[in-house]
Design a protein around this ligand. Structure first.
Ligand code: ADP
Ligand code: MG
Length: 700
């Protein structure tokens, strides 16, 4: 693939996407209008037009070099999956033609038995169905027409991340329009959550990376002594981008533009070898699809440039990890941003209501937001003084927080020196700059959107958005129920905003979230502090949370419990694989290296003794003593880890097993790592089998 292109961005943009424009061009007018209608409504494609659409799609895809089609979906593994079928079909005269039927477009059947289902699928009904998500455009990638789809079991249970995301968007749309109707906006046809995902990642030399089984198998370094220079100088952040990296970024942008991803921002991040990518925001489900494409392209393009892209949340101990910022807001089909403070008192009342809905949602469902960013890998990052702690709180900015306090207490707002009466007073304008920039907050208001910063860099953003959409829908539903029955709407509204802010303001915090004081203060406020994934996951199936999802038809009870099982199993398996990889590296690489070095020193020692003259053997003796003492310690720690792995085979419930891994396996891994890292510092480089941190972080 060429990295240079003579086309301008506008000519290149979405050339590989079956966009609205292409549809209008290639479909008969009545078919186009009918399809558009179903797309806007998020409905299934009527069978009568499916064949015509499929054919036009195939003709277009073939013109882009496609030979295959695939239903592109997002199973619970967190990555995307697809099965490729070629368009090939045989005619009765034996000739081969390219064909794609309406049935093949609308619904695909695939063997679901190898995807995690959390017990939702018995093997005798292994079939899974993929159904076209008409709200997300089809595209051509690597010679395949990809049709974004939802994935469910034979009995209709969601087996993927997209189905519940679409359901959460529906409930949010419904409840938000009830609120807008109260403000006289019955003409709004759809409210959608908008999402812009900032993505952090590392780029390292592929050849060095391949020499590290820990990186290739687990995505992170399980060993590695600290280099003399880490990120101490902070000289990487926004620094000059090196030509090799620029070439990579250029090709990444180009590939993403072709796929209709609005690649926008790129820069160096805080840690050495760390970078960030951000697109323009778009509708939640499309942003989710696009972020999956971004992660896929990051890996593929890096590979073509002799690099390896690490998406892991904490590839290097002692160096900042990678996250994902989920910027979230609400928009109407008329383009209005519902979290934008308005120009008039009336609009401001509406803004405040939506704002309070989000505050209530974050407070009521702290646990779910925590779960939505919980994984074995993200546990290494959250609370490590580089990412938000495990405590969920939100930042409003000084000005907005002061306004809310004034409203709650019925006091004067300092700057205006008069009371803010909801629906009567104009709010002060919040300059975007003043709503800055508490970088320590997990959930920050940034002028006209919220930024959820806990999400891990490997995550699909479907999970966090399912929780956000549903939790906010629940607030809006409660508000709409009350306001629709109000005799005096204006007063009830003012009372409601005051009351709800007062009830939920404990979750609002503007200070330093990294500080010890906050942990103590949060405890006093009764906020949750679910420190690890093992601790957080069981809250997913608490009765209140089950009630939320079921009553909004986002998850059935079975689906929710299945998700709990899948997530818990993934947590346990991740740590299990890491532990086995550690044992393997120590046994087959580190121990032989340590022995080889010891042998070399012993040989020198012996040689010295055979020579005539009075040579000092102090250094050799010192090294041998130190190495053998560390080596015994390593052996002890290795055996202790192996014993813990053995103990993990005992019968336990899922939740208990997760706790066991957190308490026993992880700690045994940490202890083993410490001794190995100490050995790395004294064993000669030529014997050490793993490329060092300095090598990995500073060689590109
Ligand atoms: P920062 O690094 O300061 O957080 P960036 O400019 O890197 O900011 O990223 C901001 C992200 O927020 C971008 O992806 C942008 O498209 C997105 N964004 C902006 N407005 C909205 C909105 N109304 N809804 C959702 N996302 C938004
Ligand atoms: Mg950000």
């Amino acid at each position: 693939m060429s990295t240079k292109t003579t086309l301008s961005i506008t000519e290149l943009f979405a050339t590989h996407v079956f966009t609205d424009e292409v549809m209008r061009e290639r479909l008969p007018r009545d078919v186009y209008l009918s399809l558009r209608h179903t797309m806007q409504k998020g409905k299934a494609v009527p069978f009568e037009i499916a064949g015509i659409v499929a054919n036009a799609m195939k003709e277009w895809a073939v013109s882009k070099g496609a030979t295959h089609y695939s239903h592109w979906f997002q199973p619970m593994t967190g990555v995307t999956a697809q099965k490729h079928d070629s368009f090939i079909s045989r005619r009765s005269d034996g000739r081969v033609i390219m064909e794609f039927s309406g049935k093949e477009l609308v619904k695909g059947e695939s063997d679901a038995s190898s995807f995690p289902s959390g017990g939702l699928r018995c093997t005798f009904e292994a079939r899974g169905y993929t159904i076209w998500d008409t709200t997300s455009y089809a595209f051509v990638k690597d010679g395949t027409l990809c049709i974004p789809t939802a994935f469910c079991s034979y009995s209709g249970h969601a087996l993927d991340k997209k189905t519940p995301l679409l359901r959460s968007m529906d409930t949010l749309d419904f409840e938000a329009r009830r609120i807008l109707a109260l403000f006289g906006k019955e003409d709004v046809q759809r409210v959608v959550p908008t999402v812009g995902v900032e993505q952090e990642y590392f780029l390292i030399d592929k050849e060095f990376a391949k020499m590290r089984p820990d990186l290739t198998i687990t995505g992170r370094t399980l060993f590695g002594a600290r280099p003399p220079k880490g990120q101490d100088l902070d000289d990487h952040y926004y620094g000059n981008i090196k030509p090799k990296i620029m070439a990579f970024m250029h090709e990444l942008d180009t590939e993403l533009w072709k796929l209709g991803v609005h690649a926008k921002t790129k820069h160096n991040e805080v840690a050495p070898a760390q970078y960030e990518f951000a697109p323009l925001f778009t509708i939640s489900n499309i942003a989710t699809d696009h972020n999956q494409l971004v992660m896929e392209m990051l890996k593929n393009v890096a590979d073509r440039h002799g690099l390896m892209c690490l998406l892991h949340e904490k590839p290097f101990q002692g160096v900042n990890g990678s996250g994902k910022h989920n910027n979230w807001s609400l928009s109407t089909n008329k383009g209005g941003n519902l979290l934008e403070p308005g120009e008039t008192p009336h609009e401001n009342a509406q803004f405040l209501l939506f704002l309070v809905a989000v505050i209530k949602a974050v407070d009521d469902y702290q646990d779910l937001l925590r779960v939505s960013s919980a994984s074995a890998s993200n546990d290494h990052r959250l609370g490590a003084n580089e990412a938000p702690p495990a405590i969920i709180s939100m930042f409003l900015g000084d000005e907005l927080a002061a306004v809310m306090d004034a409203i709650e207490k019925g006091k004067d707002y300092l700057k205006k020196e008069h009371k803010i009466e909801i629906g009567v007073t104009q709010l002060p304008r919040f300059a975007a700059d003043t709503t800055d920039r508490n970088r320590t907050s997990p959930f920050a208001f940034t002028g006209n959107k919220f930024e959820f910063r806990m999400v891990g860099s490997t995550f699909s953003v479907a999970g966090p958005n399912i929780v956000l959409n549903t939790a906010v829908a629940a607030s809006l539903r409660a508000f709409a129920n009350e306001l629709e029955n109000a005799k005096d709407l204006k007063n009830t509204l003012a009372e409601l905003i005051k009351r709800e802010y007062s009830l939920h303001k404990r979750v609002v915090y503007g200070g330093n979230n990294y500080s010890k004081e906050w942990e103590a203060e949060a405890k006093k406020r009764g906020l949750l502090n679910l420190k690890s994934t093992a601790e957080a996951l069981p809250t997913l199936i608490l009765e209140k949370n089950e009630k939320l999802f079921v009553s909004h038809q986002v998850f059935s009870k079975d689906e929710l419990h299945a998700r709990f099982e899948i997530l818990t199993e993934a947590y346990v398996k991740t740590i299990h694989i890491e532990a086995l990889t550690m044992v393997d590296i120590v046994s087959s690489q580190i121990i032989p290296a340590v022995i080889a070095y010891q042998k070399e020193i012993s040989k020198t020692l012996k040689n010295k003794k055979t020579l005539e003259g009075d040579f000092s053997c102090e250094l050799e003796n010192y090294l041998l003593k130190k190495i053998s003492s560390l080596a015994s310690e390593m052996l002890k720690n290795l055996q202790s880890l192996e014993k813990k792995i053995d103990e993990s085979k005992k019968e336990r419930t899922m939740a208990e097993q997760a706790r066991f891994y957190e308490k026993n396996i992880l700690s045994a891994m940490n202890v083993l790592r410490e001794t190995v890292d100490s050995l790395e510092k004294i064993v000669a480089k030529k014997h050490w089998p793993l490329p060092s941190y300095a090598c990995l972080l500073f060689s590109v």
